[in-house]
Ligand binder design. Structure first.
Ligand code: BEZ
Length: 199
């Protein structure tokens, strides 16, 4: 049900080679910035889509009633918008603990918003890291109809709070950035409908 990735992530090569590293945030890292950073910028990665397909037993759910949080699924031609932070290596001690339930650090090309139009030029991207919960981790829940995903989220909460608040915060943060994510916005809308039905 849970798979502790702290030690595996500590060994990532990029962390051993560079003092300052870009980390791409596409979920709670967009709005919950509880770590020091050197600089930050709106950015995107390509070939990935954000999905509420990872179970959360430790933050937004419990072992008996897991919530759902985002991970990235490979998807040719898709763009995932988020925020990139340049951080010192030691920040990963904190992040690896915070994101220990099934998330692996994966190397990605990060494109800053200002440079998007030039992204055919390979040297415009910077190498960075992103946390991804892969399909083979024990907490992975995978695809389900949006109604099912929203229901599960609606009824889940954990030590970090209500699962639905996680969705609201993420959707609001994306709107504030002027970004669209159909999947996130549809789940956000369904949750608000459930809320109004239960009033
Ligand atoms: C993120 O916001 O990038 C993130 C999402 C899930 C787990 C770890 C980090």
């Amino acid at each position: 049900m849970s798979f502790n990735t702290i030690h595996l992530n500590q060994d990532h090569q990029l962390l051993n080679q560079q003092q300052e590293i870009w980390i791409f945030g596409y979920g709670s890292l967009i709005y919950k910035v509880d770590f020091p950073f050197i600089e930050k910028a709106p950015a995107s990665i390509f070939g990935w889509q954000r999905r509420f397909w990872q179970g959360s037993h430790d933050h937004r759910g419990t072992p008996n009633n897991p919530g759902r949080v985002v991970t990235l699924i490979q998807s040719h031609g898709d763009e995932c918008a988020g925020i990139a932070y340049k951080v010192t290596r030691d920040v990963f001690d904190h992040l690896n603990y915070r994101e220990k339930n099934g998330y692996f650090l994966v190397e990605v090309d990060i494109y800053f918003d200002n440079d998007l139009s030039k992204r055919i030029e390979p040297d415009i991207a910077v190498k960075g890291l992103v946390y991804i919960a892969l399909k083979d981790n024990d907490a992975f829940l995978g695809h389900a109809p949006n109604e099912h995903i929203a229901k599960q989220i609606y009824y889940s909460s954990g030590p970090s709070g209500l699962n639905k608040d996680y969705v609201y915060q993420l959707a609001q943060a994306l709107r504030n950035m002027g970004k669209t994510d159909e999947h996130v916005f549809e789940i956000d809308t369904l949750l608000r409908e459930f809320n109004s039905q239960s009033e």
